[in-house]
Design a protein around this ligand. Structure first.
Ligand code: G1P
Length: 301
């Protein structure tokens, strides 16, 4: 039986330059989608997949992320005094328990591969999940993208798994792209190729790496010796390619919609989509949104 996936890495050291000036003093991971920070949505997805421990790879000016996942005694007391027990329960349910988080710093912006390698000692010798927090995965299934991957991992009896989704031809140069090998069923296939940000017209398919991975610990040794690749950064994809010479890699076609919250458009669309999916506000929100769009249309005519 494949070893269980207990730990997850969340790289949160990025500067958020695509989202200035919002990200000058506030980490991009703390921008809110509806009523919770982007990073909270991703932690919720990890926990829904059975993750027990989250390793945040942080950087300078990101301390507020650590505070967000801690308990806030004054706030809890005040909510209790005011009888706001529903809010208190919700807050407690979302807080990570003692010893369930670790924080380590990347120190230098050397790329995703380097960020993952920074977590090597905390992960140790076991398979782990990796979730890129910019990418919000809104699943059609009940439990989210990582849960879909954990199911696939159980079915294949282990290996390395990468979530993929289809992107238009003119966007393949912005992502890691995989080649599709033998079909395993239920949207899972063997990966035949991987290339990080292929030049226009050279991508092996339209299947982009979406930012959710299950990886075996042997990746750390490869990352340690990895030379810089695309964008002069230590690329995770390059080390995965090396690992693929010895181990199986599977693509898991994500069943849902993806919003890149590191970009302005993706972030705005995530807010609309997540609000429309929330039973408590979707009715009035849809009403207001339709009215706004209609007024906007009239003004443009
Ligand atoms: C990273 C990965 C890339 C993946 C992308 C998803 O790139 O290297 O393979 O497709 O995340 O967002 P980055 O966005 O860090 O340039």
């Amino acid at each position: 039986m494949a070893s269980p996936i207990r730990k997850a890495i969340l790289p949160v050291a990025g500067l958020g330059t695509r989202f200035l000036p919002a990200t000058k003093a506030v980490p991009k991971e703390m921008l809110t989608v509806v009523d919770r920070p982007v990073v909270q949505h991703v932690v919720d997805e990890a926990r829904a997949a059975g993750i027990e421990h989250i390793v945040f790879v942080t950087g300078r000016n990101k301390a507020v992320i650590e505070d967000h996942f801690d308990r806030q005694y004054e706030l809890e007391d005040t909510l209790k005094e005011r009888g706001k027990l529903k809010e208190l329960d919700a807050l407690r349910a979302e807080t990570m328990g003692p010893g369930m988080t670790s924080f380590t710093r990347q120190q230098l912006p050397l790329g995703l591969g380097h960020a993952v390698w920074c977590a090597r000692d905390i992960i140790g010798n076991e398979p782990f999940a990796l979730l890129l927090p910019d990418m919000l995965h809104m699943s059609r299934g009940r439990n989210g993208c990582l849960a879909q991957m954990v199911d696939a991992y159980a079915k294949t009896g282990g290996g390395n798994h990468i979530a993929v989704y289809e992107v238009p031809d003119d966007q393949t140069n912005q992502y890691g792209i995989v080649g599709q090998g033998a079909n395993i069923g239920d949207g899972v296939f063997k990966i035949s190729k991987m290339v990080e940000k292929p030049a226009k017209g050279t991508a092996p398919s339209n299947l982009a790496i979406s930012g959710r991975y299950i990886l075996q610990p042997e990746i750390f040794d490869l990352l340690e010796n990895q030379e810089r690749g695309a964008g002069n950064e230590i690329q995770l994809t390059d080390s995965m390619l090396k690992l693929a010479e010895e181990q199986e890699f599977y693509g898991v076609t994500f069943d849902g919609a993806i919003y890149d919250c590191g970009s302005k458009l993706g972030f705005l669309m995530a807010n609309v989509a997540y609000a429309l999916a929330r039973p408590d506000i979707r009715g009035p929100f849809r009403h207001e949104l339709n009215a706004l769009l209609a007024a906007n249309q009239r003004a443009a005519e």
